[in-house]
Design a protein around this ligand. Structure first.
Ligand code: PMP
Length: 456
């Protein structure tokens, strides 16, 4: 094994990390942990330090670490056939089987899945499919996309534009033309604190309607949304939100894309977030939970109605000019098949719902009356604790104080990994579904301690 100090030096010298302060890292001031192995809900670094990963990597290792069933499926696939492409109708047993398994689990009106590699590229595919769709329908002007402030949809040029978080736009000349952001369905952070939840939902709907009227419905192709805001703060939609939004989209013939990269395959205790919140999307984006991150794989799922237009398009114009070398990669799809089988055989979706409910209840019980906790919220195996300087009147900390990151640091000192969500002092928890109630008790107890250690 390489010496740790040697690896750390190579890391500083050669490795440009994603979402990292590059200068600090190169100076050795922002070194992350070098992880060696993991099992269940625990990861272990090269110094033998074991930590409870209460964020499942980047909320993706849903079945937990160290699943030999998936590792074996990957190894068997690599030995038999590491790669063949999926262009011009080619496939493998794994890719065809996984397509069927995805559609068996997706809402009934969905028709086909296109496999990619990351959540970003799957959203990019969905954008292109929607533009293609409107061109085939003879509506070349209907191309703009509305997403929400605080939405997260990826880091590409268009997907980074859809993302409604300033840090992903700044200095990248984003958002690109044709992408607009409407009100975040984030009741706790509403501008007017006197608004009731119902009034706030009515305002979200009115803001959307006004944007559509201003731009012209004939220029707007799609509305992009996570069922529940993830990276933007782990915020379940306010009551009635989807019932208010969807009729507006239908009235203006605007497609609904459910970005289920986080919520797909069980994180809310249901197979998809769309069913959980009564959404009827025209397209769905999936990634993370599709393989529990054992291999990179994503998917763009289209409805029967969208599919019919795509089909017609290729009859009129020839093959779809859209493909990645690694679309439907055999190793990724083999991992996906094994992962979805495991999700079923271990009953992990139900466990995510049940243990997630326990996590949210315990966290709320322990912190709801804390003077510096503005809100404990979540759904399924997702939970957030939002810190405030004062509860009444609702006052946030100065961003420079980095209170969220400080508390997350104190949690890490106690060997629990949470995530400081961007755009506020928000502690995020999104553990693997195999979390036990004892693990929950540990997370909650240590969170209370970490908040106290931060002087709150
Ligand atoms: N959509 C959502 C909802 C996500 O949370 C993410 C990643 N966190 C993405 C898209 C982008 O996925 P990737 O990082 O795999 O490109």
């Amino acid at each position: 094994m390489r010496r740790n100090d040697e690896l750390a030096q190579w890391d500083r010298d050669h490795f440009m990390h994603p979402s990292t302060h590059l200068a600090q890292h190169a100076r050795g001031e922002a070194m992350g942990r070098i992880i060696r192995t993991a099992s269940g809900v625990h990861i272990e670094d090269r110094n033998g330090r074991r930590m409870l990963d209460a964020f499942a990597g980047l909320y993706c290792v849903n079945v937990g670490y160290g699943r030999t069933e998936i590792a074996d499926a990957i190894a068997a696939q690599a030995r038999e056939l590491a790669y063949y492409h999926a262009y011009v109708g080619h496939g493998t047993e794994a890719s065809i089987t996984l397509a069927r398994m995805v559609l068996e689990r997706a809402p009934d009106h969905m028709s086909k899945v296109y496999f990619g590699l990351s959540g970003s590229d799957a959203n990019e595919t969905n954008i292109k499919l929607i533009w293609y769709y409107n061109n085939i329908l003879g509506r070349p002007r209907k191309k703009k996309i509305i997403s929400r402030w605080r939405g997260y949809h990826g880091s590409g040029l268009m997907t980074g534009s859809l993302t409604g978080l300033e840090v992903f736009h700044a200095k990248f000349d984003l958002p690109m033309d044709g992408v607009m952001h409407t009100t975040a369905p984030y009741y706790f952070r509403r501008d007017d604190v006197s608004q009731s939840e119902a009034q706030f939902v009515a305002q979200c709907a009115a803001d959307l309607e006004e944007m559509i009227d201003r731009e012209g419905a004939d220029t707007i192709a799609a509305f992009w949304a996570e069922p529940l805001l993830g990276t933007g703060g782990i915020v379940p939609p306010p009551k009635g939100y989807w019932d208010a939004i969807q009729p507006i989209l239908r009235r203006h013939d605007i497609l609904l894309v459910a970005d289920e990269v986080v919520t797909g395959f069980g994180r809310l205790g249901t197979m998809f977030g769309s069913e959980h919140y009564g959404m009827r999307p025209d397209l769905i984006t999936i990634a993370k939970g599709l393989t529990s991150a054992y291999a990179p794989l994503s998917g763009s799922i289209v409805s029967d109605d969208v599919w019919k237009v795509l089909e017609r398009g290729t009859d009129e114009n020839g093959p779809l000019g859209h493909g990645w070398t690694y679309s439907a990669h055999p190793i990724g799809t083999a991992a996906g098949v094994a992962n979805l089988e495991l999700l079923d055989s271990l009953g992990l979706v139900d466990q995510a719902g049940a243990v997630g409910a326990y996590l949210n209840a315990r966290m709320a019980e322990a912190l709801a009356d804390h003077p510096h906790v503005g809100e404990v919220r979540g759904d399924g195996m997702l939970c957030a604790v939002e810190l405030v300087a004062d509860r009444d009147p609702r006052t946030f900390f100065e961003p420079d104080r980095k209170m969220g990151a400080t508390v997350v640091g104190h949690l890490a000192e106690q060997d629990v990994i949470a995530r400081a969500m961007p755009g506020g002092d928000i502690l995020g928890f999104a553990p693997p579904f195999c979390l036990s109630r004892d693990n929950v008790d540990e997370i909650v107890e240590k969170t209370v301690t970490a908040i106290a250690q931060a002087g709150l």
